[in-house]
Design a protein. Structure first.
Length: 281
């Protein structure tokens, strides 16, 4: 079922997410399409939009804090030797249409614009697949093409001088609960041990739900993970971790992240098997 500004995503015949294509948001939040609410198959919400701690966190989507100086993340901009600063530099991602739209997924075209000019054109492919009676997978691919006549430089607060803040790219804002979620990979435990590292998969486990994120291409697996748990629950794949990413005119950057959304707390080996199954589909 769709409306003029949203659609319902289904896995195994059950509604598991709503995709908002044209959100009515102030410019400061870098308006962009997003998935929210996303739920487990049992109906437990695992995303959040506009939370008090970060009003510009919008469920599941793509956000980049620095595209040639334009903020497509929302909120303040980190300025070297100055810190987080309010600037009138926010961009917008505009939904221009669906190439394909089915109950279990879609292919979408978007335009990234700022300062009166179009900078990037995106093709976004999203699919929902049932895995078991208690788990499904969200397969999320984005392709960003530079449509300007010159190179575009993508950065993060980390590349602009803020250590440990290499966010930008795919980002999932999870639901904040009374206790921070557990963070783990196949061989690491805890936010401090996992943040900024590369891993085949990374999990957040909260009250009755588990999310396991996996890079599904070689380029995506080379991007370190950005993880927050104590301050707020969120996971992203860093496009610009230690240095800026330059995109030549006409060049396309492609990333694919597959997320297993499970009820309960699967054991590590079970979670790894679910990830492998999801990525292979």
């Amino acid at each position: 079922m769709t409306s003029h500004d949203s659609l319902v995503l289904r896995a195994a015949g059950r509604p598991v997410g709503r995709y908002v294509t044209r959100p009515d948001l102030p410019a400061r939040l870098a308006p962009r399409p997003y998935l929210h609410p996303v739920t487990t198959l049992a109906g437990t919400p695992v995303t959040e939009v506009g939370p008090a701690d970060h009003a510009h966190h919008l469920g599941v989507g793509v956000a980049v804090p620095d595209v040639e100086g334009h903020n497509f993340w929302g909120g303040r901009t980190f300025v070297r030797d100055q810190g987080p600063t309010e600037l009138d530099n926010h961009g917008v991602q505009r939904h221009t249409g669906f190439q394909l739209c089915d109950p279990d997924g879609f292919v979408e075209e978007l335009r990234w614009a700022a300062g009166g000019a179009e900078l990037l054109r995106e093709r976004r492919t999203v699919a929902a697949t049932g895995l078991t009676e208690a788990a499904w997978a969200l397969d999320f691919t984005f392709s960003l093409t530079n449509v300007t006549p010159g190179p575009l430089s993508l950065g993060s607060p980390a590349t602009n001088g803020r250590p440990g803040a290499a966010y930008g790219g795919f980002f999932w804002r999870a639901r904040k609960e009374s206790r921070p979620p557990e963070v783990f990979t196949a061989d690491r435990e805890g936010e401090t041990e996992v943040h900024g590292t590369r891993a085949d998969w990374l999990a957040l486990a909260g009250a009755g739900w588990t999310l396991a994120f996996a890079g599904a291409t070689g380029d995506t697996r080379r991007d370190p993970w950005f993880v927050r748990a104590a301050e707020y629950p969120g996971v992203g794949s860093s496009l610009a971790h230690t240095e800026r990413l330059t995109v030549a005119p006409g060049e396309t950057v492609v990333r694919r992240i597959v997320t297993v959304v499970a009820d309960g707390r699967p054991a590590r080996d079970e979670l790894a098997a679910l990830v492998r199954k999801a990525v292979a589909q």
